[in-house]
Design a protein around this ligand. Structure first.
Ligand SMILES: CC[C@H](O)CC(=O)C(=O)O
Ligand SMILES: [Mn+2]
Length: 336
């Protein structure tokens, strides 16, 4: 028994950072190595979950079900998880992934929209999958609303409900309040998924653990959207120093980060002015590369685009607004 169960998300959240260009060979070798390091859960999907490969979200190089199959074939210890956002992916996608051997379903909704997850959570349970309710953009709802939505997911059958800091905007005391309330009001396990845009992913993960979360997401070498997630190998080291067990081999994780993951990064995962703006403005981490493209196309500073998206409270699924906002800012600039 370990104290904290870690889900490694680089093969799903990291898909945003590499523009969904994972190959079967990359996924196979990373999954095999993570399995050898005894990572309990490895998430594999398009960055926006099953069915995400579209013009709106970004086309995948490889059909994600082939990636799921490669990951399943490469492991004999780790469980493969898939992410599904109702409306982007369907129940049929989930059934396909389960047939290929995925054992965990993470059903993700905007923090105020949990009711759209009912049939997906129920189906995942019927398929015998361990099932997560994943409340994205958790900074956008007060704690009482988050609790209400988490209770819905629990009532549909979720085994675990996650506070998801999609924008990396939550401050440690805000994480604490949310996790504490969920621990008090729910009976299922509670998880936390952070992004490092404000350099708070590690601190926030520790705050979540102190308040009773026992499921934490990490991305090796910070390979996640924006500035990445809580860096998995660093989290394992810190928890080990705290006397908290994860069951994961630290040296093996360090080697995977250095020798397998770092070489595939288009550039190192850092807190840049743009990723910092994501956290500062409370914008979806997955919007980063879309905003960079719009910035180049319209000659507008990506920070201005991101700040405006934050002010308009644009959420996942509204990626087309990134172009709209950039075009509007460009026309305002032309008219002054
Ligand atoms: C767009 C889906 C998103 O990347 C899911 C996630 O990891 C998050 O909200 O942080
Ligand atoms: Mn994420």
């Amino acid at each position: 028994m370990t104290d904290i169960k870690i889900t490694e998300v680089a093969l799903r959240d990291g898909s945003h950072a590499i523009r969904h260009q994972y190959t079967v060979d990359q996924v196979r070798s990373i999954a095999k190595a993570l399995n050898e390091a005894r990572v309990p859960y490895i998430e594999v999907s398009h960055g926006d979950g099953l069915g995400g490969s579209t013009l709106q979200y970004g086309l995948s190089k490889t059909n994600e079900l082939e990636l799921v199959e490669a990951a399943v074939d490469a492991v004999d210890f780790s469980k493969i998880a898939v992410l599904l956002i109702p409306g982007i992916g369907t129940i049929e996608d989930l059934k396909e992934a389960e047939k290929l051997g995925a054992k965990m379903a993470r059903i993700a909704t905007h923090v105020t929209e949990a009711d759209v997850s009912a049939q997906h959570i129920q189906t995942a349970k019927e398929l015998g999958m361990e099932t997560v309710g994943f409340l994205m953009m958790s900074h956008m709802a007060p704690t009482e609303k988050l609790v209400e939505q988490a209770k819905l997911m629990e009532s549909y059958g979720a085994d675990i409900v996650y506070v998801v800091d999609s924008a990396g905007a939550l401050l440690p005391h805000e994480v604490r309040a949310r996790i504490k309330a969920l621990k008090h009001e729910l009976s299922c396990d509670i998880g936390f998924h952070g992004h490092n845009n404000l350099s708070l992913a590690m601190g926030n993960s520790l705050a979540a653990i102190e308040e009773g979360a026992n499921r934490i997401d990490g991305s090796i070498r910070c390979l996640g959207a924006g500035a990445g997630n809580t860096q998995t190998e660093a989290l394992i080291a810190v928890l080990d120093r705290m006397g908290i067990t994860t069951g994961i081999d630290l040296y093996k994780m360090m080697d995977i980060a250095e020798e397998i993951v770092a070489p595939i990064l288009p550039k190192p995962q850092e807190i840049t002015r743009d990723s910092l703006t994501l956290g500062y403005a409370g914008v979806y981490s997955s919007f980063l590369l879309h905003a960079n493209r719009a910035s180049e196309k319209f000659g507008i500073d990506s920070r201005d685009i991101l700040i405006e998206l934050g002010e308009r409270k644009i959420v996942g699924g509204q990626e087309d607004m990134i172009i709209d906002v950039a075009a509007e800012l460009a026309s305002q600039k032309a008219n002054v």
